[in-house]
Design a protein around this ligand. Structure first.
Ligand code: AVI
Length: 327
């Protein structure tokens, strides 16, 4: 890597610079979701190989009664607070059920993207005219900090889609610990976990036959071209997905098919790639039950109730703050 001047860089630019200067090279999957990436992810969720979304939706559809009871047990009113809601399809199933049960309910999606919040709120306003919606745009923890102790109602935090799987283990533990510190004793956390299963099923989910996941990864190179003036030729990279069963971790890479040099104007830099050199793009962690128990315990929670699909492919786990760690 060669950089000639010191520049004032955006967070994206800085992360790309650091990632492509590391050994091995890496790019953060956090940046997958520009408009095109969001569209490709919507397509992934429809793929026959990508079982995660269907499994979680099935849990919601088939167990909404029990989930609703668990959310409301011991509470007169609940505020559903969703961290990174996406298109809200799964949450809509629960909201519909809770409204039909006349539960005193509000819904607060939190997203870093104003546009994502606007689209979702608009959709839910027309789908559920009686629902009170309070969208918040910004960093999860800043928003949650401002919501702590704001009223006497139970907050149920939703973190669905196995989004936690895209965090490295240490960061995931830290994330849960931070959530815990922003919760009151009566609040709950509802987390979606993709479970360990036949490795072939998992690899297929991240290496689909139509190549949509490959495009999803390559789109980050195109995003660098668009936003940072890069000259990646995406035909010179191919997507490679692997699953390591002993670590329960799926990882995606982009492999440089030839020796090449890529330049990125906004970074005033060039980056050399050897033939077959890899860029590490994404981890999608899978879980065993003991791993989930350990997470809950180490971050100050007790598992209250668990909702599996029929195949045990996926788990939505409801956690309450442990009493002995009250802050
Ligand atoms: C958003 N996240 C949970 C997805 C996953 O399964 O790790 C992102 C994804 N990457 C490739 N396909 C889907």
């Amino acid at each position: 890597m060669k950089t000639s001047t010191t520049l004032e860089l955006s967070q994206f630019a800085e992360d790309v610079l650091n990632g492509l200067s590391s050994t091995p090279k890496t790019l953060s999957s956090r940046y997958f979701y520009d408009d095109e990436g969001t569209r490709l992810f919507q397509q992934i969720m429809q793929l026959p190989e990508y079982y995660l979304t269907r499994a979680e939706l099935k849990i919601f559809a088939e167990q909404k009664e029990a989930i609703g009871e668990a959310f409301t047990s011991g509470a007169d009113a609940i505020d559903l607070v969703e961290l990174g809601a996406g298109d809200g399809t799964k949450t809509a199933v629960l909201i519909d059920h809770l409204l039909k049960k006349s539960v005193d309910l509000t819904y607060s999606p939190i997203d870093i993207s104003q546009e994502a919040n606007d689209v979702l709120s608009q959709r839910f306003r027309s789908q559920f005219p009686d629902l009170r919606i309070n969208p918040h745009t910004g960093d999860y923890f800043k928003v949650l900090g401002s919501l702590k102790n704001s009223n006497g109602r139970r907050k149920v935090l939703l973190f669905l889609g196995s989004n936690i799987g895209n965090f490295l283990q240490e960061r995931a533990l830290d994330f849960f610990g931070q959530l815990r510190s922003m919760m009151n004793a009566e609040d709950r956390l509802f987390v979606g976990f993709d479970m360990q299963k036949d490795p072939r099923v998992i690899v297929a989910a991240y290496d689909d036959a139509q190549g949509v996941t490959a495009e999803f990864n390559l789109n980050l190179l195109r995003r660098i071209n668009r936003e940072l003036g890069g000259d990646f030729d995406t035909s010179k990279f191919s997507h490679y997905a692997q699953y390591r069963p002993a670590e329960c971790a799926a990882r995606s890479f982009l492999i440089s098919r030839e020796k090449q040099t890529v330049s990125i104007n906004a970074l005033n830099s060039t980056f050399d790639f050897e033939q077959w050199e890899a860029i590490f793009m994404e981890i999608s962690q899978k879980y065993t039950h003991p791993m989930i128990e350990e997470f809950a315990e180490k971050s100050g929670f007790e598992i209250e109730k668990e909702f599996f699909d029929a195949e045990n492919f996926y788990l939505d786990s409801l956690w309450r703050p442990s009493q002995n760690r009250e802050r």
